[in-house]
Design a protein around this ligand. Structure first.
Ligand code: DAT
Ligand code: MG
Length: 148
């Protein structure tokens, strides 16, 4: 069972797409292990996007992530990291295929609605950055043996 960090970034919240996106993860069969609305500080945004420090879009990216509330979530399930990345679509909304979250709702590269961890290792680091251990809930789903 794998976990991944998903952020519904400020554009997703402002465009009232929270329910639309969460429905996709639920319908896929993933389990929600953590959920909260966060006003990201500059410090949190810097830590989250540390890998992009020095790139031309870094300052703009930090301003964007701190510009309003973000929904932070932990989803888990079989191959959760790759499954979520596939549901999201590629980074550039203009290139993301129809049927994906970005493909259906994003045109921008920066304002692309959603973040998803890109590896199990990064997922563990990012979950620890956004959630305290007692904010995550362990449980099983009633249909777990059917969904797999
Ligand atoms: P992803 O979010 O698909 O994992 P990433 O980790 O390469 O993409 O980049 C993090 C975010 O930074 C991305 O969601 C949007 C922004 N970004 C990436 N490349 C960019 C670029 N060339 N210009 C502007 N923003 C960019
Ligand atoms: Mg990334």
């Amino acid at each position: 069972m794998q976990q991944t960090l998903i952020l519904l970034k400020p554009d997703c919240v402002q465009r009232r797409l929270i329910g639309n996106v969460i429905q996709r993860f639920e319908q896929k069969g993933l389990r929600l292990a953590g959920l909260k609305l966060v006003q990201s500080s500059k410090e949190l945004a810097e830590k989250h996007y540390a890998v992009h420090k020095g790139k031309p879009f870094y300052d703009s990216l930090l301003s964007f992530l701190t510009s309003g509330p973000t929904v932070a979530m932990v989803w888990e399930g079989r191959e959760a990291v790759a499954v979520c990345r596939n549901l999201m679509g590629v980074t550039d909304g203009a290139k993301a295929p129809p049927g994906t979250i970005r493909g259906d709702h994003a045109l921008s590269v920066q304002n692309n609605l959603i973040h998803g961890s890109d590896s199990a290792e990064n997922a563990a680091l990012e979950i620890a950055l956004w959630f305290k251990p007692d904010e995550l809930v362990r449980s099983s789903m009633a249909d777990g043996s059917w969904v797999g």
